[in-house]
Design a protein. Structure first.
Length: 165
């Protein structure tokens, strides 16, 4: 009897995934910044500076260290304020910063900042997010709103860094 109950729940979840068609959301944004990538990295790595320049990730609490738990206060462009509790997944100095978390297969997200040198004084920042799992279709994750928030953050970062030069 217990097996039939779990089987029914599993079948229901599969049907929901099939109906919603949403088990992955990918957001891709990028910005060219007129500064060396070590300068861009330094600002992104300074979590305490986020309230000074970042309109999307208004405040980030936690240590800039792999495995560290974070608390990120987000103000989305649609006015919704949320708090997310990721952890630092990967830090490669002057190359990438990745935070995220959740339960793989159910709800999981990875937020990445990837830095590429276009010249000694120009950096391409790729600012991305990938959400996956069966619960994604039920989450309040409007891709257009999130992408706009990342775009606003990218432009604010660009202005903040370029005004130092």
């Amino acid at each position: 009897m217990e097996f039939k109950k779990y089987l029914s729940v599993f079948v229901l979840l599969i049907l929901v995934i099939a109906i919603t068609g949403c088990s992955n959301i990918s957001i891709r944004t990028a910005v060219e910044i007129d500064a060396p990538k070590q300068d861009v990295y330094a600002v992104l790595a300074d979590l305490d500076s986020y309230p000074k320049w970042n309109p999307y990730h208004r405040k980030v609490e936690g240590k800039f260290k792999e495995g560290s738990e974070l608390k990120i206060h987000v103000l989305r462009p649609d006015g919704k304020e949320i708090e997310v509790p990721p952890h630092m997944i990967r830090i490669a100095e002057n190359e990438e910063i990745i935070w995220g978390g959740g339960v793989r297969g159910i709800f999981y997200g990875e937020h990445s900042f990837i830095l590429e040198s276009e010249s000694p004084k120009k950096t391409l920042l790729k600012h991305n997010e990938d959400f996956s799992g069966i619960a994604i279709g039920f989450a309040d994750l409007p891709p257009d709103v999130i992408a706009e928030g990342y775009h606003q953050m990218n432009m604010a970062l660009k202005k903040f860094i370029e005004n130092k030069y």
